[in-house]
Design a binder for this molecule. Structure first.
Ligand SMILES: Cc1cc2nc3c(=O)[nH]c(=O)nc-3n(C[C@H](O)[C@H](O)[C@H](O)COP(=O)(O)OP(=O)(O)OC[C@H]3O[C@@H](n4cnc5c(N)ncnc54)[C@H](O)[C@@H]3O)c2cc1C
Length: 437
């Protein structure tokens, strides 16, 4: 074959996507809590694993919205979530200078102290190092933008700076937080509607921590600013003087925050920026606070919900609170029903009875009508109430670990995840240190 003809054929094959497509047993899309759990569990179960992340780093919402208190690994004085993610989070916590509490001795209702507040930079780099050590191939700056069934799995299109690239995998774990890949594959999703959708939160920090000022005058000025429309009641939904003294952080809502499309996400962030400027301009007008400024802000507004997939099973708030253990329950999830409402005081919170812990069945991770694909993380099939609880990071990690193990077993046996025996999945989860119901 002459050289020119050879190059032409190679170019044609690359364009057709049939050459140069790296092949894996399991492709995990999304590098947030669920994706980290899925990729580690899959690789530790012997599957050739790739993790695709559209951003330049791991962490997902933990890092992009600085949702740093990671919870909950313990319930009612016992550990309910463990495994590779627990090791990663505790390593990051200790590496960042923290001292682990004696969890079984904590007041079981003190949710705050049970969360591990990680340093986002440490957490993200340790996650990448842990992933590489486990043998996971990391593909950063690559957004999955389409999938196609092949005779033995999936061809996944990745939007990169170099154009569209392809990888192939027998099994896909969709850990995008929005079941995006599942939707590409034809799965039905439920979108958080404008009535139920919780507000987003924007975490930005000020240099005012511990400053002295007239708190009563500032709170009065705050009430007047809200009444006149200069500030929205949601801008800072806690007492303004407390907010300023603490140096900002928690307390800023962005109502109707929506990341379900690129345009909606841009609009959410635009409104977040506007809110931040309104707040800091107001604060700077208060006597003694003229030199207040913003010292840091999370990269974007934290959005609590977008889509949930429609799965073989849908977890309800009632079953979640009752701690129902289904035959295919693969992990625990512990957090209260936590539906935020823009009018902060109307938030819907329901707590478990003592001793009860929610569980997540495999059926909630399997999209109806789609083969060889699992959804992990906050987008599993669940009603609005159950979702408001299971979306926390330790739960997403546990769901990710479960999905990663099932995907690895399915790939090894060339079967659909529905055909993986639950007992085998549980055995393998225990082998990697996870706790199963
Ligand atoms: C304001 C707020 C406060 C919260 N408070 C807490 C708290 O106190 N404690 C707690 O534990 N949890 C808290 N949470 C919940 C928690 O942060 C999220 O629910 C959790 O991070 C969801 O994990 P995930 O892995 O499912 O998705 P995500 O964290 O959203 O990760 C998804 C990842 O997928 C990537 N991705 C998306 N689409 C693609 C694509 N097409 N191709 C490649 N990559 C893609 C994204 O870039 C991202 O990295 C809070 C959340 C918010 C928003």
């Amino acid at each position: 074959m002459n050289k020119m003809r050879h190059y032409t054929l190679v170019a044609a094959a690359v364009l057709a996507g049939s050459l140069g497509a790296a092949t894996f047993d399991v492709a995990v899309v999304g590098g947030g809590p669920a994706g980290i759990g899925a990729a580690l569990a899959s690789a530790k179960s012997g599957a050739k694993t790739v993790l695709v992340e559209r951003d330049a780093r791991l962490g997902g919402t933990t890092v992009s919205a600085e949702v740093l208190p990671i919870g909950l690994f313990h319930a009612w004085n016992r550990q309910v979530i463990a495994g590779p993610c627990w090791e990663l989070v505790t390593n990051a916590y200790v590496f960042g200078g923290g001292k682990l509490p004696d969890f079984p001795k904590l007041n079981p209702r003190d949710w705050g102290r049970h969360c591990l507040q990680v340093n986002p930079f440490v957490y993200s780099v340790l996650a990448a190092e842990t992933m590489e050590k486990a043998g996971v191939e990391l593909r950063f700056n690559a957004a999955a933008c389409g999938v196609e069934r092949t005779s033995d799995g999936w061809k996944i299109s990745l939007a990169t700076d170099e154009g569209i690239q392809y990888i192939t995998a027998k099994e896909v774990v969709d850990a995008t937080g929005s079941a995006t890949v599942a939707a590409f594959a034809g799965a039905e999703r439920v979108r958080a509607d404008d009535v139920q959708r919780q507000p987003g939160s924007f975490f930005f920090h000020l240099n005012t921590r511990g400053w002295k000022f007239d708190a009563a005058a500032v709170d009065k000025a705050h009430a007047e600013a809200v009444a006149s429309g200069e500030l929205k009641p949601t801008d800072i939904h806690i007492r303004m003087s407390d907010y300023i003294r603490a140096g900002g952080g928690w307390g800023c809502y962005v109502p109707l925050a929506d990341n379900s499309t690129a345009t909606a996400r841009a609009e959410t962030n635009r409104r977040g920026r506007e809110t931040m400027l309104r707040v800091i301009r107001f604060i700077r007008r208060q006597p003694g606070l003229e030199k207040a400024t913003i010292v840091s802000a999370s990269p974007e507004v934290g959005v609590r919900e977008t889509y949930r997939v429609v799965g073989e099973k849908t977890l309800t708030e009632a079953d979640y609170l009752a701690g129902t253990v289904e035959p295919d329950s693969l992990c625990y999830s512990y957090w209260f029903i936590d539906e935020h409402n823009a009018a902060w005081k109307d938030s819907h919170q329901v707590y478990h009875e003592p001793g009860k812990v929610g569980t997540i069945p495999l059926g909630t991770m399997i999209p109806k009508g789609v083969q060889h694909l699992l959804v992990a993380g906050r987008a599993v099939s669940s009603d609005h109430g159950a979702n408001s609880a299971l979306r926390v990071q330790a739960s997403c990690m546990a769901i990710g670990q479960a999905a990663g193990v099932v995907a690895a077993l399915a790939a090894k046996r060339d079967v659909d995840p529905r055909e993986v025996a639950v007992e085998d999945a549980k055995r393998q989860l225990k082998a990697i240190g996870a706790i199963v119901p």
